[in-house]
Design a protein around this ligand. Structure first.
Ligand code: ADP
Ligand code: 5GP
Length: 212
């Protein structure tokens, strides 16, 4: 049975585990497509251009926005971030699910877009604020100043938790991943994700009447 692609949005305050779970989901199901965002932020050590992000200048970013190439975009922690539209459309048309690591502003815009009915949104909460700081520090990729800035803004992101379909406390990594997989597998079976169901029911009906 054919299936429509889902737009799977993962959001959380910085450091709560979005990239970790995105990578785990991609390893679990290689048919998933990751939406590689464009950003004006500087690459972190180990980040690969075109894989983690499309790193670009502010003028390149503004050009993409004015050319209507972005599905959504936002200003986060002093940098611009946005999801290019074309790869998402191509993947969804091919029945593939697309994974997004975006903030609440991006999630709102994607839900309001023409693809909004195919959105599955998941928000990760940290087990505690102290653990959130520990995770940001243990990641070891941001300066103390950047970590403080992100900690200060974490409540702004957390305050949007009610807008998401599912909210997971990312305590134990494996247990949270298992819950996320269950959610994705169930959402794939949603009636409006299965475009051929009506035809199948019609065929069942014909067969039913023939038998009767
Ligand atoms: P985000 O993408 O939300 O900013 P990351 O996925 O980069 O966050 O996670 C931040 C840090 O916390 C990383 O070092 C990651 O390995 C660690 N981490 C993520 N989830 C967990 C978890 N459930 N338990 C312990 N550490 C975690
Ligand atoms: P980071 O700099 O840690 O990679 O990401 C910072 C924040 O920007 C995170 O909340 C992340 O989800 C968000 N983000 C990353 N890419 C996008 C995007 O394309 N659009 C939006 N709206 N937010 C993004």
């Amino acid at each position: 049975m054919a299936r429509r692609g889902l737009l799977i949005i993962l959001s959380s305050p910085s450091g709560a585990g979005k990239s970790t779970h995105s990578k785990r989901m991609m390893a679990w199901d290689p048919t998933l497509r990751f939406s590689v965002s464009a950003t004006t932020r500087q690459p972190r050590p180990g980040e690969v251009d075109g894989k983690d992000y499309h790193f670009c200048t502010e003028s390149e970013f503004r050009q993409m926005v004015s050319d209507d190439e972005m599905l959504e975009h936002a200003h986060v922690f002093g940098n611009f971030y946005g999801s290019p539209k074309a790869p998402v459309k191509a993947a969804i048309d091919a029945g593939r699910d697309v994974l997004f690591d975006v903030d609440w502003q991006g999630a709102e815009q994607i839900k309001d877009s023409s693809l909004g009915q195919h959105v599955l949104s998941v928000f990760f909460l940290p087990p505690s604020i102290a653990e959130l700081r520990r995770r940001l520090e243990s990641r070891g990729q941001d300066t103390a100043e950047t970590i403080d800035k992100r900690m200060h803004q974490s409540w702004d992101e957390i305050s949007h938790w009610r807008s998401y379909d599912y909210v997971l406390v990312n305590d134990d990594l494996d247990a949270t991943e298992a819950r996320l997989r269950t959610i994705v597998e169930a959402e794939r079976q949603r009636r409006d994700q299965q475009p051929d169901l009506a035809d199948h029911v019609r065929a069942l009906q014909d067969e039913f009447h023939e038998e009767g």
